[in-house]
Design a protein around this ligand. Structure first.
Ligand SMILES: Cc1cc2nc3c(=O)[nH]c(=O)nc-3n(C[C@H](O)[C@H](O)[C@H](O)COP(=O)(O)O)c2cc1C
Length: 183
């Protein structure tokens, strides 16, 4: 039997959603970090990646101005940092200081990477489109980097890397001892 759900929470049916940290800079070069679950690859050629951010977030203004951002894919071990960066605004909190995360320079942008992440997409803003109560920022991916042990033959090493997933209502999970089948 199917039960009808709450349409306002339609996106709960997409859980678990991989949770990422996005870095973005202010005009002085100070870096803010926002936690995002709404993000997706959009195009192979050109390589485009989309992130959906509500206009009220501080990061929204930063990305509109700097026109760049970095996607940091993170392991489950950063769950506390992700929850913190997803519940505090960079407008009033130095999230870098509070989480103890480490920034390292990116290859082609002013915006840095988060060292503790396992893979990174350096994105230049290609387009921003408002949709309802969020804005879709579409970034052209100009450089990708990853920890050397994170991927083997371009496949994520799920025996080594346990990505962070959000399942709603302040709860997270990961792919620990995930079932796996390769064709
Ligand atoms: C797991 C998780 C996922 C989130 N995903 C998004 C998202 O996809 N888009 C968004 O606008 N906010 C999302 N948020 C909320 C922002 O991360 C949160 O409002 C944050 O404090 C904004 O920071 P800022 O004001 O420094 O930009 C998420 C929060 C959590 C905890």
């Amino acid at each position: 039997m199917k039960v009808e759900g709450n349409i306002e929470k339609y996106y709960h049916y997409a859980f678990p959603m991989q949770t990422i940290l996005v870095t973005c800079n202010d005009e002085t070069g100070k870096t803010n970090i926002i936690t995002l679950a709404w993000h997706t690859p959009i195009s192979r050629k050109p390589p485009l990646y989309g992130i959906s951010i509500a206009p009220k977030r501080y990061s929204h203004a930063l990305i509109e101005k700097s026109k760049e951002f970095v996607i940091n894919f993170i392991p489950y071990s950063l769950v506390e940092a992700a929850q913190f960066c997803g519940t505090h605004s960079g407008l009033s909190t130095d999230k870098l200081c509070k989480t103890g995360l480490t920034l390292v320079p990116s290859k082609k942008l002013s915006t840095p990477l988060i060292k503790e992440g396992y893979a990174h997409l350096e994105c230049k803003l290609a387009k921003s489109v408002p949709f309802g109560d969020h804005t879709l920022f579409v970034g052209e991916v100009i450089v990708v980097t990853a920890d050397e042990d994170a991927f083997k033959n371009e496949l994520l090493r799920t025996d080594q890397i346990h990505p962070l997933y959000y399942i709603g209502e302040n709860a997270y999970t990961t792919l620990d001892r995930a079932k796996r089948k390769t064709f």
